[in-house]
Design a protein around this ligand. Sequence first.
Ligand SMILES: Cc1ncc(COP(=O)(O)O)c(C=O)c1O
Length: 396
Amino acid sequence: MQNLISQLQYAEVEEELLGGTTARRGETVIARGQGSWLWDTEGKRYLDLTAAQGVAMLGHCHPRLSAALAEQAQQLIACPNFVYNDTRARFAAKLAEVLPIHLNHIFLANSGAEAIDGALKLARLTTKRTGFVAFMRGFHGRTVGALSLTWEPKYREPFQPMLDVTHVPYNNLAKLAAAINENTAAVVLEVVQGEGGVNLGNAEFLQAAQRLCQERGALLILDEIQTGFGRTGKWFGHQHFDLQPDIICMAKGIGGGFPMGAMAYTQQVQDALYPGAHGSTFGGNPLACAAGLAAIQIYQDENLIERSAQMGEFLRQQLGEALHDRTIVREIRGLGLMVAVELREKVGPYLKVLMEEHGVLALPAGTNVLRLLPPLNISEAEIELGVQAIANTLPA
Ligand SMILES: Cc1ncc(COP(=O)(O)O)c(C=O)c1O
């Protein structure tokens, strides 16, 4: 392996060993990050308006997060799950501080998809039903359970058969009402669809979806993996809509960029569990919990949830001013610092120019949407730089 790495460029090694699942050959090799910025191995810097796909919500290498990880790494990295661990307990208590009060039980996992898969199990156990309802353009991850809910046929179809999932159009109450039946264990939704295009849920639809679930004995599972931890300007996206979900799934921002996932759920769900019903070797490991503990403390100390709401408004207003006369722009929308510029054309080529010529990273969502998920502590000056670069990238 040493030999192989010394012979090939880093990017080529990635291509060789992780081919097809990460970057493509010849793409930039990132070496370090600080705040809203990343640097490549040549020393060129990039403004990261993706926060590493929505996870580095405190910016890259926030000094307090890095220090908490370094300190924990000296103390304890792995701990058997069958004994108590103080870091895990302190993290759980900190997470409970910011969770809706009725979600008073927590399971700690390692990723978003894993949290979703766990939630599907809990819903089956609680309801004794097996089917699920999810939404067109929804994205919930790539494990088989999560993939069953994910809508994009390109991701899902080659791996059939999946779980029993009916996909209905988002924000369409009549179709949802027709899909929930006596075998529906849960309806699973994002209150703002992320990968699918930054599509905002309609308050009436979301509340009616909750009512339907309650009336028909199905659970409401909210995927807060992208919308959680201040991304939308509230701790959790569903708090904009006054919802009381049975289970929420979290990941991305929960560890400030360190890999972690979690589910929070009600007493009713807890009552259905039995010892051994679910588990994880790495879930709740001390290093992840130290990261999560520090991250939530920093969100609180630096008022980043409120800041996300304010800066999101600033970002949308700046985009609106800079792009108001561009015919290629169909709509600018978003909630907090989850922002979309929907184009009338495919976004891919523009993202490439934005990165290569202007040093700014942004994400696609669907085929036509340029999606921005910057760190919550991004500065106004950095937003202005990013907006200028987007304006310089899109045709006049
Ligand atoms: C809404 C949503 N759910 C689930 C996932 C899957 O999370 P992970 O990649 O951590 O498995 C993602 C990832 O982008 C997501 O945005």
